[in-house]
Design a binder for this molecule. Structure first.
Ligand code: ACO
Length: 438
């Protein structure tokens, strides 16, 4: 791998002037490579005694990063400068993983070496495999995934302190490969079915489907359209800059915690319904529409009525034009269903919902477009992946992005992340002995 070189924001000639009740502070303006502008407040407290307050970090840049660019107004998503549409059209998931982690598209030999590593590492140590026996049958696959990633680190103590980029790429390949096996094994365990070992002759995506759905006496044959849909699902989820789980990787990694521990923490962050669980909510909503017999128009009207009900899979904090990932996944869903020759009634409801909402003034005014979750659940369902595995699938896809951020921070040798707070608790008070408390 090429030696890592870190990009730099440029410093503008103008400065921002902040007028406080008791001081005026000049703050540098830093400009990113896509001309995004930021005010650098890192010296604000030492110069004035003030901190900034931004609950939920909606307007806080926590780092500079070279990995992913998003322009939500224009519906742009690029990994390392490459438009997501071009990567979706031309790339394999493992190629995108290499790009995200290393910074450059792999050469033919780098791609072949990386694939060979992914194959070499796909088996779990027998000791690690026995950990599955300890989980109850109804254990949630996300709990198993996070636990097993940490447990895997116990079997690879040589990867706990990474020395250089080759060593890091070995750890990345082990993590990506084993996570796929762990995910499939946890599904088999939850179904009470025997574990299916990986097949070294198969590609990353095809091998996953094999471990999920083959049975000892019949190999599962995934069609090229199915493999393509899975590739797109993983590739489109591979990276999305400073979201909750990626920020978790950077936060945990900033303490010097190893890659496995940092990624296990990210899996826990992703588990939350406000983050990785949105496509599950979309499926629930579509099923409720189907079961209730309500018309799609009635549901849209309800979402507009101002009560707490929202159309799941619509709107995005960042994308205010369209979510480019949703366009690509919609096409993949259409291809999959036309190949399968049967329409999923939920897809028909989803399409009707999209059609009505996109032409409705309420949604147009508020710039509410279908997001990636709107179609991803339908695709996973068509593959036969159960709902409680949806977030695990997201985690497999996001793995390269998490690793890339861990690596970027590792090389930057940032300080430990330690936000400040505005204290709003009681002021000083004296201890009251227990017999005098009421
Ligand atoms: N259905 C109906 N109305 C909506 C929706 C929706 N899905 N989303 C936003 N609105 C309305 C709000 O009621 C609000 O209306 P108002 O101005 O009349 O009060 C306006 O649009 C702005 O809403 P905000 O909540 O301020 O928008 P924000 O950008 O903060 O929220 C979010 C983005 C959370 C994604 C929101 O659109 C939503 O809840 N969507 C449904 C859940 C969902 O699909 N989540 C997945 C997100 S993608 C991902 O995480 C990978």
């Amino acid at each position: 791998m090429d030696k890592y070189s870190r990009g730099k924001a440029t410093t503008a000639s103008e400065v921002a002037t902040l007028t406080l009740p008791d001081a005026k502070v000049e703050l540098p303006i830093r400009i990113g490579t896509e001309n995004e502008r930021s005010v650098d407040i890192s010296e604000l407290r030492s110069e004035s005694g003030y901190i900034t307050l931004d609950e939920g970090y909606g307007n806080t840049g926590a780092c500079s990063s070279e990995i992913c660019f998003i322009d939500g107004e224009q519906g742009i998503l690029r990994y390392r400068g490459y438009p997501i549409e071009q990567l979706a059209e031309n790339s394999r998931f493992t190629e995108v993983a290499w790009l995200l982690i290393s910074g450059e598209l792999p050469t033919q030999s780098q791609a072949a070496d990386f694939s060979a590593l992914l194959t070499e590492y796909e088996l779990l140590h027998e000791g690690l495999r026995h950990h599955f026996e300890g989980f109850p049958p109804d254990a949630h696959p996300m709990a198993m995934l996070s636990t097993m990633i940490n447990a895997a680190s116990c079997y690879h103590p040589d990867l706990l302190e990474l020395t250089d980029d080759d060593h890091l790429m070995e750890a990345a390949a082990k993590l990506m490969s084993k996570v796929r096996t762990i995910a499939a094994f946890s599904y088999r365990k939850s179904k009470g079915q025997p574990i299916v070992y990986p097949d070294p002759a198969l590609s990353y995506c095809r091998n996953f489907l094999h471990m999920m759905f083959s049975i000892p006496y019949a190999q599962y044959e995934a069609s090229p359209t199915m493999v393509r849909a899975l590739t797109l699902f993983l590739l489109l989820h591979a990276e999305h800059e400073q979201n909750c789980s990626t920020s978790t990787v950077r936060m945990v990694g900033s303490s010097g915690a190893n890659l496995f521990a940092s990624v296990a923490a990210a899996v826990c962050a992703l588990w939350g319904p406000l983050h990785g669980g949105a496509n599950v909510e979309v499926m629930r909503m579509l099923e409720q529409i189907q079961d209730s017999g309500a018309s799609v128009r009635e549901i849209v009207d309800r979402a507009k009525s101002g009560d707490s009900f929202r159309l799941m899979g619509f709107g995005h904090r960042v994308y205010k034009n369209f979510d480019p990932r949703a366009l690509i996944l919609k096409k993949a869903a259409d291809d999959l269903f036309s190949e399968m020759g049967k329409a999923d009634p939920l897809l028909q409801i989803a399409e009707e919902l999209e059609e009505i909402a996109l032409n409705d003034e309420y949604f147009i005014e508020r710039k509410l477009y279908p997001n990636v979750d709107f179609y991803s659940g339908i695709i996973l369902r068509a593959m036969g992946i159960p709902r409680n595995m949806f977030t695990v699938m997201f985690a497999i896809g996001r793995m390269p992005g998490w690793i890339a951020h861990w690596r970027e921070q590792f090389h930057a040798a940032d300080r430990i992340h330690r936000p400040r707070q505005l204290y709003i608790g009681p002021t000083k008070r004296d201890y009251v002995p227990m017999d005098q408390r009421r």
